[in-house]
Design a protein around this ligand. Structure first.
Ligand code: PYC
Length: 362
């Protein structure tokens, strides 16, 4: 036994005290939000963090009521139904939280929702400057670290509901998290795409919780000082995929573009990427869903074995470690990365503010 550990009773008292403290802070904050809502307008409480440089803003209070039940139980998950409600009736809130003057194009939001299954820790809907994401790897890592920061998540393994399905998350410590992603797969290998600006581009189409077009042979320098050129190139690919109707198996838009190149010398990574998201901002992290899509392609090509770690470096130099299990013939990636809290604030949507719902986006 570790003699430095406090006795069990003392540990239990400390846990109860921290829960009670967390609860009374929450009640105090909720009272404060109600007071602000009455005095100034709509208030939304958020915690900001970044995962490998990519920011996430988690909405912890002030979001709309999207229901708490199990959903219709039809084809869609309860979280996909809550997402449809958010998109249909409250899209102004997404824009207000993410877009300028409060946010930025790089920001990803995460709205906490009641889970359909009470055994899961929460549900989450991810969104950005132009719409909604499926799963979000960096966002889930950020969400777990946020919940730990708030005293609402203990180290260990938990389950989170997202629109494309349930994911696992293991909180290792205050910053490090492993996400058990949704099954990932390649839809098409070596898809040719004609572009007026850059000629033919060849890529794979794969799913890792979002849809990706993965390009290795692009002839571009994957360095942080070259993000403008990389962004312009990737946005042309996004535009042409949409215009030429090149889509996923059920007509889904391929809205993320991922370019690959050699890792930087000191990173000990296997590869470096640049990921363009819908909305025109690039991912500062290695992109959890994009790396899942990459790992699915590598396993299908026999270039990576199930269980083998793939270290993916981002354009900013941060690294995710991804390993995938093969279960019932499906590739199920696990993404490990770190997030850090950067702030906590109350957003105020003043009814007299002409830009309360974001500049020029709605
Ligand atoms: O980490 O999966 C991810 C992600 C998607 C969009 C931005 N980050």
């Amino acid at each position: 036994m570790d003699s430095r550990r406090p006795p069990r009773a003392a540990r239990q008292t400390a846990t109860i005290r921290s829960h009670l403290l967390g609860r009374s802070i929450r009640i105090e904050r909720q009272y404060e939000i109600c007071r602000l809502n009455q005095a100034i307008g709509h208030c939304v409480e958020v915690v900001d963090c970044h995962t490998g440089g990519e920011p996430t803003r988690v909405v912890i209070a002030g979001g709309p009521d999207l229901g708490s039940g199990p959903g219709s139980g039809m084809r869609e998950t309860a979280m996909a139904e809550r997402l449809a409600l958010l998109r249909g009736r409250h899209d102004w809130l997404r824009s207000a939280i993410i877009n300028e003057p409060r946010g930025s194009d790089a920001l990803v939001g995460a709205l906490l929702c009641p889970p359909a299954n009470p055994a899961n820790i929460a549900g989450a809907i991810f969104f950005n400057n132009v719409g909604y994401l499926g799963m979000c790897g960096h966002g889930t890592i950020g969400l777990a670290v946020t919940l730990a920061f708030l005293g609402r998540l203990e180290p260990g393994t938990h389950r989170l509901e997202t629109p494309p399905g349930e994911v696992g998350l293991t909180l290792h410590d205050n910053n490090r998290v492993t996400v058990g992603n949704v099954p990932s797969f390649r839809h098409r290998r070596g898809q040719m795409l004609r572009t007026p600006e850059f000629g033919e581009v060849c890529g794979d189409i794969a799913w890792g919780g979002n849809w990706f077009f993965l390009v290795s042979d692009h002839g571009r320098r994957l360095e942080y000082d070259n993000v403008e050129e990389l962004g312009a190139y990737a946005r042309v690919i996004q535009r042409e995929l949409e215009q030429q109707g090149i889509r996923g198996p059920e007509g889904e838009l391929i809205d993320h573009v991922e370019l690959f190149g050699p890792a930087s010398e000191n990173s000990r990574a296997d590869s470096r990427n640049f990921v363009m998201c819908p909305g025109g901002a690039y991912d500062r992290s290695p992109c959890g869903t994009g790396t899942s899509a990459k790992v699915a392609c590598l396993i299908e090509d026999g270039e990576l074995a199930p269980g083998q770690v793939w270290r993916q470096e981002s354009i900013t130099g941060s690294v995710f470690e991804v390993r995938a299990a093969q279960r019932d013939g499906r590739i199920v990636p696990e993404i490990t990365g770190s997030a850090h809290i950067t702030g906590r604030s109350t957003l105020i949507l003043d009814p007299a503010d002409p830009f309360r719902h974001g500049i020029g986006k709605l």
